[in-house]
Write a protein that binds this ligand. Structure first.
Ligand code: BTN
Length: 250
């Protein structure tokens, strides 16, 4: 099923610093940009990852793009539901393409077994206590066979299936999966999204070691809290962590 509005306005750039920054710049100049606009780059000279990291993507071999959504009635404390929706869309797409289980490493890294195949960088701008614009940057490793940077455990679709993919063709297919879950969010089915997200979460309900500011903690994920915090249960009780406070030991 094709996407209805996501990618209807599609801009392909040969080279840009970062597709997220490109959309931010258009928004800052009040350039009208419709909901669902997609900017894709053949090459990003300064692709950005989470926590200020660089996003590695060999020129012309991967999907590096950003979507503009306007989830205008989403309160800030619920912003993580958007992240859940996007992660689930990417998982659904990859499971169909690769006929293999795909999981989400909290908060929103997409994993094939214990290797990272895609990353998401969501940047929201607010109006009052609601989200006005959300720039959703996605990097998906597609046809790249060698990774240079020291990013932990990258893997691409081609390394898994030995197939070469047509980037634009798979992009539009991926967009339809993302839009499906975005519409689930727009219809306020928060509990459904959370249930699906937890069912795909790496190490959900299993004891696993984590590095915290207080040392190594053996704990299990039991929930996701407000603002997307990770809820862990351990011998010392139940605690909530944000991304800077915890690291998975893989
Ligand atoms: C991560 O660190 O896992 C997030 C990576 C997000 C990379 C994508 S590529 C397209 C978009 N533009 C950017 O500069 N970053 C995102």
């Amino acid at each position: 099923m094709p996407a209805h509005f996501t990618g209807k306005n599609f801009i392909l750039l040969d080279r840009v610093s970062s597709t997220n920054s490109y959309i931010q710049e258009l928004l800052s100049k009040s350039t009208p940009l419709e909901e669902g606009s997609v900017i894709m780059a053949v090459e990003q000279s300064a692709g950005r990852g989470q926590m200020g990291n660089f996003w590695e993507a060999e020129v012309g071999k991967n999907l590096t793009f950003s979507i503009l959504y306007k989830p205008d009635s989403l309160p800030i404390e619920d912003q993580f539901y958007l992240s859940m929706a996007v992660s689930l869309g990417i998982c659904g797409f990859l499971e169909k393409q690769l006929s293999h289980d795909i999981s989400i490493k909290w908060p929103n890294d997409i994993y094939y077994n214990h290797q990272k195949i895609a990353g998401i960088l969501i940047e929201n701008s607010l109006q009052g206590d609601k989200i006005k614009n959300s720039v959703i940057g996605i990097g998906l490793n597609v046809n790249q066979l060698h990774f240079e940077s020291d990013a932990p455990n990258p893997i691409s679709m081609k390394q898994i299936s030995a197939k070469d993919y047509d980037l634009e063709e798979i992009l539009f297919n991926l967009l339809s999966f993302i839009e499906y879950y975005y519409l689930v969010l727009k219809s306020n089915k928060y509990e459904y999204l959370k249930e699906r997200y937890l069912s795909k979460l790496l190490f959900y309900g299993q004891y696993h070691p984590y590095k915290t500011t207080n040392g190594i903690l053996n704990a299990k994920i039991i929930d996701i809290g407000p603002y997307g915090k990770l809820c862990l249960e351990s011998d010392s009780g139940i605690n909530y962590y944000d991304i800077k406070e915890i690291e998975f030991i893989l």
